[in-house]
Design a protein around this ligand. Structure first.
Ligand SMILES: Cc1ncc(C[n+]2csc(CCOP(=O)(O)OP(=O)(O)O)c2C)c(N)n1
Length: 188
């Protein structure tokens, strides 16, 4: 079983409050934009492998805010070492959601390592994450939304999604403006 990526992200971000969101390049950035543009979204357009470490830095710098990283399996696979750093730092306010279609969607749907058995939740657990899970249905998604809002992290949630391509929704590609408005939203 697997979820629709747009519906899953919509559900994750509905009534998000002050939550800060970092999106991994490609489809996760489009999914987060499709759920509604927001000054508190920090969209990545490149820097593959950097979404989780950027989330870590943000969570440490803004301990009073919840930080959610929404990224892809391919993106996370490029920077797995970050999971060990996150576990070592233990930011309680950080959640990572991996939209796992077992593919590199942006570049032609080539199979990623998760299609060959790599288990990202098990890897996070092995790195020392106190909370790591894989979900495949809406009931689990509903349960996990509350955890992401107020549970004790760091947590990593793999959301298995279908491999279909959703229409692209492109937010601003001006990295300086995205950064500036994100900082302004924090009063910086
Ligand atoms: C260092 C680097 N290598 C490769 C790419 C090309 N690239 C962009 S997105 C992407 C696939 C991302 O896959 P995933 O994170 O699983 O997202 P999906 O679109 O499948 O949801 C790749 C390979 C890149 N931008 N940077």
């Amino acid at each position: 079983m697997a979820l629709d990526r747009r519906e899953a992200v919509q559900r994750l971000l509905a009534d998000r409050g002050e939550m800060l969101v970092v999106s991994g390049l490609g489809s996760p950035t489009y999914d987060v934009a499709a759920a509604g543009d927001d000054d508190r979204n920090f969209y990545l357009w490149g820097a593959m492998g950097s979404a989780a470490p950027i989330g870590l830095g943000l969570a440490l710098a803004q301990p009073a805010k919840r930080v959610l990283v929404v990224t892809g399996d391919g993106e996370l696979l490029m920077g797995l070492g970050a999971l060990a750093s996150i576990a070592a730092q233990r930011p309680a306010n950080l959640a990572i959601v991996v939209l796992d279609n077992e593919r590199y969607g942006e570049t032609g749907m080539q199979k990623s390592h998760t299609a060959h058995g790599a288990d990202l939740a098990a890897i996070a657990q092995g790195a020392g994450f106190p909370v790591a899970a894989t979900i495949t249905d809406e009931a689990d998604l509903d349960r996990i939304v509350g955890e992401i809002r107020s549970g004790q992290g760091p947590m990593l949630v793999v959301v298995k999604i279908t491999a279909g391509e959703a229409p692209r929704v492109l937010p601003s590609r001006d990295g300086v403006e995205v950064k500036n408005r994100f900082r302004r939203s924090l009063g910086l």
